[in-house]
Write a protein that binds this ligand. Structure first.
Ligand SMILES: [Zn+2]
Length: 243
């Protein structure tokens, strides 16, 4: 199958998107994106100062590239057999399966009316369970009944707290942080580290997956493309958050 026309068209599109951004004065330097370093900082702080739920919420949003406002705040504890059948009233559930994967099920997702089921593997093989998301999650969920709400944290509370911490640390551009800094930040960081675009788009369940498959530009263009995709599809993150 000859897809060369598609490739060149997409390259043009990426260049166009960059020019549009420049034209609108939206330079990349004017955005704030989270990184693993910031996530680790939040985790350390919340473990010391807050309830553990804050750390788990941050790790969940980061690991699953969630649209925080609509996908991360109403999560309940799930159970392994919920992958195929689950209570009618539940819309988002999180659990750890027998193989040690963190599992998240969403009844509905933007562009995915039939919802979504995602898994994330242990990264520590038992060596540093304290810093491994599925290991931490398993410990956090021990003894929690399926159906129980995991946290009572609003999007404005979360944003205010995270931004406050970043500003305290004098993180550059932290005053520009919005909740899309999770989804866009994780995707951008993975692309910068060299993860294949198809892989990143799959992890974030982007509708633009098919297009991303054929991108072959330099990293800056790839990142610009991911950011443009986030701009288009994640606007809801900012709704209801006036900061
Ligand atoms: Zn682990």
């Amino acid at each position: 199958m000859d897809l060369s026309w598609y490739d060149s068209q997409l390259k043009l599109w990426v260049r166009g998107a960059r020019k549009l951004k420049l034209h609108a004065g939206l330079k990349q330097t004017e955005r704030f994106l989270l990184t693993t370093t910031y996530i680790n900082m939040f985790e350390r702080y919340f473990d010391k100062v807050c309830e553990e739920a804050w750390s788990i919420l941050v790790l969940t949003a980061w690991s699953f590239l969630l649209r925080v406002a609509s996908e991360a705040l109403d999560i309940v504890a799930g159970a392994e057999d919920w992958e195929h059948a689950w209570p009618d009233e539940v819309s988002q559930a999180l659990w750890v399966d027998t193989e040690g994967y963190a599992c998240l099920k969403l009844r509905k997702r933007k562009h995915r009316p039939r919802g979504s089921f995602m898994r994330r593997p242990c990264t520590c093989k038992g060596s540093t369970p304290r810093f491994c998301f599925p290991h931490r999650l398993a410990k956090f969920l021990r003894g929690v009944r399926p159906g129980t709400s995991l946290w009572k944290i609003s999007s404005s509370q979360l944003l205010r707290r995270l931004k406050g911490l970043l500003l305290q640390q004098a993180a550059p551009k932290a005053d520009l942080m919005g909740l899309k800094a999770f989804r866009a930040g994780m995707a951008t960081e993975m692309v910068k580290k060299g993860a294949p675009l198809r892989f990143v788009a799959g992890l974030g369940e982007w509708r633009t997956r098919a297009m991303l498959t054929y991108i072959d530009e330099d990293v800056v263009d790839k990142v610009a493309f991911i950011e443009a995709s986030c701009d288009g599809s994640d606007r809801e993150d900012e709704l209801g958050v006036n900061e």
